[in-house]
Ligand binder design. Sequence first.
Ligand SMILES: Nc1ncnc2c1ncn2[C@@H]1O[C@H](COP(=O)(O)OP(=O)(O)O)[C@@H](O)[C@H]1O
Ligand SMILES: [Mg+2]
Length: 343
Amino acid sequence: MEQSNRVDRVLAEPGREHDVDRPNLIGTSPAFLAALELIRKVAACTAPVLIEGETGTGKELAARAIHYMSARRNAPFVAVNCGAIPESLLESELYGHERGAYTDARDAAPGLIAQAHGGSLLLDEIETMSQRTQVVLLRFLQDQEYRAVGGRRTLHADTRIIASSNADLEAMTTQGQFRQDLFFRLNVLAFRLPSLRERPGDAALLADAFLRRLGQRYQRPDKLLHVETEAFLRDYAWPGNVRELENLIHREYLFSEDDVLHFTSPRREGIAARAPSAHAKTFKCAKAEVVARFERSYVTEVLSMAGGNVSLAARLAHKERSAFCRLIRKHWPDGKLGSTNVP
Ligand SMILES: Nc1ncnc2c1ncn2[C@@H]1O[C@H](COP(=O)(O)OP(=O)(O)O)[C@@H](O)[C@H]1O
Ligand SMILES: [Mg+2]
């Protein structure tokens, strides 16, 4: 019953957006499911990983999923954004430094590679890494050995490197902006996360899931999406991908006094005029559509939490198993319910 214990733990901490034990990757589009399949495969190997994808596509979430699905799950997952650390400090951040290595280094300190020993280290925005630090990283990838800044001893760490990038590393390599030998090394287990534009249907599914989380976090009844908002979510280009969607839903959730969120643009200001509705549907019809969408996404999520176990999902939903099955049959008459669960 390990599975159900886990689920209970997730439910017991509704405020936590990302349970480290169970990175919750949501989506059912073919492009996303294909990426999920690669995540599963990559988790079973030990070689370094490269995750490419536009900003906000879930690279960090995917890296966590890989770590927590791998045999390293009981050792630390450490993440560092290479672009956010001054170039001169990154090396000491990664490899640590000896006492007196530079002016401020009073005491020796281990680096992130040592802290993630036995586990995984995510190097986010690897494209920003200086050539010099790239060389040191390559050496570490070759023999798991390195030296602390200012140190003479050769140190060893068993740390799996997961690199992520929102640039086209291959193109950067061709242009001489990224070391080819390092690129080859990282490119063995590489995959790209699709943008939200390439994931038909997923924006609305994600929006519903975010709304449910917000309801739990703020202890308020669930809010739903207006059908015109669903159309907007489907048609908008999402340059900031899932992060932009998540932030937009959060903002609209907080500003809306209604139970149904109605917005048709990614307005940056919280309060803006309501979009006039060109073809008003009857109340009954509009409500039925919203409820059907809610049911579909709710069932998908709770099933995913329950690892595909229908009885457990029904219990989590506080529904009779038979009623829960009726819901599944109503929305998936052909029985094809895409599984998106990352255990
Ligand atoms: N498939 C997904 N399901 C649920 N949440 C997601 C998904 N992809 C991304 N997110 C959320 O979107 C935000 C941005 O994801 P992140 O992994 O930081 O993106 P990236 O590292 O590619 O910029 C995070 O809050 C993350 O939890
Ligand atoms: Mg990121």
